[in-house]
Ligand binder design. Structure first.
Ligand SMILES: [Zn+2]
Length: 90
């Protein structure tokens, strides 16, 4: 259990605490926000991989298995990113 500094009053508090025991500033929102960003980043990468796969697919006269896997992987990653962002957004 790590001690962190409160963003409002700069006093030490437990990282697991829902709010600061000194000033009552909530600790949770920042965690949820950064989690959301992580999942959004995953969606972004999934889109990039999927688009790169489509470009590769078109350029290789539709005979590239790797590009098909990239499109497939990109689609899976995008759905996982969506589900993850939804699941942790509480
Ligand atoms: Zn505080």
């Amino acid at each position: 259990m790590a001690l962190i500094k409160c963003r409002e009053c700069n006093k030490e508090m437990s990282g697991n605490a829902k709010s600061c025991p000194h000033c009552g500033n909530p600790n949770q929102p920042e965690t949820i926000e950064s989690t959301g960003k992580k999942w959004k980043g995953m969606q972004l990468w999934a889109i990039l991989i999927g688009v790169a796969g489509i470009i590769l697919f078109v350029k290789s006269d539709h005979e590239n298995t790797v590009s098909a896997f990239m499109i497939f992987g990109g689609a899976i990653g995008f759905v996982l990113g969506k589900v993850g962002a939804w699941w942790y957004h509480r």
